[in-house]
Design a protein around this ligand. Structure first.
Ligand code: ADP
Ligand code: MG
Length: 409
């Protein structure tokens, strides 16, 4: 595929910054002391620039294909616009917990944003065995702010229509629909597991109740346009920072929201929950029970942060005449139940699908076997929790029991 725009390189980023006057206040292109490509993601180029006075800037450019697989998998670079629009909308609602965008170049699909290189990608920090207390609650608050602030509850009717129309993102949604909801149980040739987990993957695919639940999850994902969700809110889409010697976060920021669209609020919560379970699976595999329990405790923390933020904003809803108290409770109960379903989807796809997690993949095979088995079993059990039952804490207990009994050594 030939692209009709120029890709950034370490040698051209200074010229690029020079060509965008508003970026000159952020960094001095004539005094750059460091320029590196730091993208570790699956999709895009990311450059980190530093100048002589210690200021930094990040440039992220979308390529017309998936970086992980090369030109063989074309993908619209327009995805950068979905990322920018959502980051801006989300930042306006909760600046504390969303990376700040400074500029967007729609011709070259380049986002200029805040340098978070004094933070760590949360997944990496989790895999190193670090603790970042407060991150789970912060991300819950983020989802709560977005759930309210981008929805019909908050936006004027025509503004809402415009926002929904601008966020129609079928190419990226299709990836999720295939990879997250369909392919874990119906292999399209992209799945893989180690030999010892082949039976676990086959059992998942043969589990009628699980597949039926995934059909429902996919339907919800495709039809329930509640809010401008992040769309890929796993622990690799969150940056965390703690002061030296402390386990408490002093900064937590969501980023990388190119999958944003008007979708189900619970998708973001479920995605976070699943990734806590995956972090716990790693801890159990490594024999660190207290850490596993800590990781699973984040399920409740995210929920509490979410609920608190959403309830706090509820008093500003546009039509309190009919959106009364009981409806608030109804919304929260539905989201709790749907979050379980979406968590199950994310657990399954991260284990058998194309995009796996370092949490599990970097474990030695002997213990990775049990971790992957436990995650798949948790996915199958999550969809079986009766609708009305299952507070977030109970889900953590279910996950702990499942992961513990599946452990191998
Ligand atoms: P992709 O869409 O390809 O997954 P990401 O947005 O996840 O790209 O970025 C890839 C990596 O680049 C991140 O995991 C992180 O290490 C780094 N990165 C991205 N944005 C920033 C930022 N604003 N500040 C510092 N590092 C960043
Ligand atoms: Mg990423």
């Amino acid at each position: 595929m030939t692209a009709d725009y120029e890709f950034l390189t370490v040698d051209t980023v200074a010229d690029y910054v020079r060509s965008v006057p508003r970026l000159a206040q952020r960094i001095d292109p004539d005094a750059l002391v460091s320029v590196s490509e730091i993208g570790d993601g699956n999709l895009n180029l990311v450059f980190l620039l530093g100048d002589a006075t210690g200021r930094g800037l990040v440039l992220k450019q979308a390529l017309p294909y998936v970086r992980m697989t090369g030109e063989g998998w074309p993908m619209t670079p327009e995805r950068a616009r979905f990322e920018v629009d959502s980051l801006r909308a989300h930042h306006a609602l909760l600046p504390e917990h969303v990376v700040e965008v400074f500029d967007y170049d729609p011709e070259r699909f380049i986002i200029a944003m805040e340098d978070l290189s004094d933070h760590s990608v949360w997944r990496g920090a989790l895999n190193e065995g670090l603790i970042h207390d407060g991150a789970a609650a912060a991300m819950g608050r983020y989802v709560g702010a977005v759930a309210f602030g981008t929805s019909a509850l908050a936006l004027e009717r025509k503004e809402l229509a415009k926002a929904v129309a601008a966020a129609v993102n079928p190419e990226l949604c299709l990836i999720t629909e295939d990879l997250v909801f369909s392919e874990p149980s119906v292999d399209a040739g992209r799945n893989s597991v180690i030999e010892q987990n082949k039976k676990d993957a086959a059992d998942l695919a043969a589990d009628e109740d699980f597949v039926t639940a995934m059909g429902r999850a996919k339907w919800l994902f495709m039809t329930k346009g509640e809010a401008l969700i992040h769309g890929d809110l796993h622990t690799g889409s969150v940056m965390v920072r703690s002061p030296e010697g402390s386990t408490a976060c002093d900064s937590v920021k969501a980023f990388d929201s190119e999958f944003a669209f008007y979708g189900p609020v619970a998708y973001d919560i479920g995605c976070l929950w699943a990734n806590y379970v995956i972090a716990a699976a790693r801890a159990f595999a490594l024999g660190d029970e207290p850490r596993a329990e800590w990781a699973l405790g984040m399920i409740q923390q995210t929920w509490d942060g979410f609920e608190e933020e959403f309830r706090a904003r509820w008093s500003d809803r546009r039509d309190p005449r009919v959106w009364r108290g009981p409806f608030l409770e109804h919304l929260l109960a539905d989201w709790n139940e749907e979050s379980r379903l979406f968590a199950a989807a994310e657990l399954a796809r991260r284990t058998v699908g194309a995009a796996k997690t370092k949490d599990i993949e970097t474990l030695p095979e002997s213990i990775r076997e049990g971790a992957a088995r436990g995650v798949l079993l948790a996915a199958r059990r999550f969809v079986r929790v009766p609708d009305a039952a299952g507070a977030p804490h109970d889900l953590a207990v279910l996950a702990a029991d499942t992961l513990r009994e599946s452990r191998t050594s």
